[in-house]
Design a protein around this ligand. Structure first.
Ligand code: NAD
Ligand code: UDP
Length: 337
């Protein structure tokens, strides 16, 4: 039996395919390459020494999905495919709702039609908004979401919950990721954003490699020890292994489950900058700028539930994350070309 990985050529998807193949799972990928390249699949194959069955196409192509379900023996799906840039989602809400919501509805319908009712969905800590408390447990109430990207995550959680309620032969695992950074230790796959990065780590690595001049730190007057915002950064390989553990969980017919995937440890923007300098040996010039609209001051999780129910913990620390992000960027200054 194989696992259908939507968005498997992307940043988290490619790392997850590696970990799944390393655990002996058969993997089938569908990706329209809107934010990735086929080179990622080739590099995954080089890392694992195993072929990846790849379909280039869109999750909104019902006919293609039927073909895949007919030709492959799929028993579950890990659904990564989606657009993910917060700022872009504010200027292009229709594109985001169409791609992420309509595309997912077509995927879920094709799964139902083909009697594949096991799904792991990439959700996000963004659904907690400015969290009611930290560390955030899965019981924390959902918060106010300030952008269409985040709305698509909350809506898809609700849609999958409603599907499960209507037919409890489905198994649905909603994974709420905190802040994935880092890269595979080979330095051959990693995150490669288009244009100027919005997220902290790719911005830092592009400063390190000389593509950008200096980092802007968005605010140093928050109520935190050094005044900068706190996040729960998690190594992408740990995150990928969380998916492998979730696939094992699906075999228990768990029904509907929600897990935070984070380290449980908060790090400030300046912690990341200083740790990166230490891990890379490269200086990162930075300047303090005004706060970024919509930023949550403090966001980190309680990962106890994933530990107890998935037998999963994040093993890598911030130094590992910085060292691996740097290896990837240094070896691939222009991404996967
Ligand atoms: P990514 O952009 O690197 O990967 C997404 C992949 O999906 C890309 O390869 C893209 O080409 C593909 N894709 C997009 N729309 C598609 C469609 N309609 N049909 C087929 N393929 C399509 O992003 P990522 O960082 O790997 O994120 C993966 C998932 O995790 C996304 O759903 C994202 O929202 C979610 N997530 C990411 C983060 C993060 O910080 N990276 C945090 C929380 C949640
Ligand atoms: N950040 C920053 N400069 C940047 C990008 C991000 O200071 O160029 C800060 C941002 O304000 C936040 C943290 O780094 O406090 C993490 O930002 P990112 O966008 O990576 O993650 P998110 O805010 O979505 O959790």
């Amino acid at each position: 039996m194989a696992i259908l990985v939507t968005g498997g050529a992307g940043y988290i998807g490619s790392h997850t395919v590696v970990e799944l193949q390393n655990e002996g799972y058969e993997v089938v990928v569908i990706d329209n390459l809107v934010n990735s390249s086929k080179e990622a699949i080739r590099r995954v194959e080089t890392i694992t020494g195993k072929p990846v069955k790849f379909y280039e196409g869109d999750i909104s192509d019902a006919e293609l999905l039927d073909t895949i379900f007919k030709e492959e023996t799929i028993d579950s799906c890990i659904h990564f495919a989606g657009l993910k840039a917060v700022g872009e989602s504010i200027s292009k809400p229709l594109e985001y709702y169409s791609n992420n919501i309509s595309g997912s509805l077509i995927l879920f319908d094709a799964m139902r039609r083909n009697n594949v009712k096991n799904i792991i969905f990439s959700s996000s800590a963004t659904v907690y908004g400015d969290p009611a408390f930290v560390p955030i447990t899965e019981d924390c109430p959902l918060g106010e979401i300030t952008n269409p990207y985040g709305q698509t995550k909350a809506m898809l959680e609700q849609i999958l919950t409603d599907i499960y309620k209507s037919d409890n032969t489905w198994n649905v695992i909603l994974l709420r990721y905190f802040n994935p950074i880092g890269a595979h230790s080979s330095g051959t796959i990693g995150e490669n954003p288009n244009g100027i990065p919005n997220n902290l780590m790719p911005y830092i690595t592009q400063v390190a490699v000389g593509k950008l001049e200096k980092l802007g730190v968005f605010g140093d007057d928050y109520n935190t020890p050094d005044g900068t915002c706190i996040r729960d950064y998690i190594h992408v390989v740990d995150l990928a292994q969380g998916h492998v553990k979730s696939v094992a969980k699906l075999k228990e017919n768990p029904g509907l489950k929600i897990y935070n995937l984070g380290t449980g440890k908060g790090s400030s923007v300046l912690d990341v900058v200083h740790t990166f300098i230490e891990a890379s040996g490269v200086d990162i010039p930075y300047v303090i700028k005004s706060r970024r609209t919509g930023d949550v001051p403090v966001n980190y999780c309680d990962a106890t539930k994933a530990k107890e129910e998935l037998n999963w913990i994040a093993k890598k620390n911030l130094f590992d994350m910085c060292a691996d992000s740097w290896r990837w960027q240094k070896n691939n200054p222009n991404g996967m070309i």
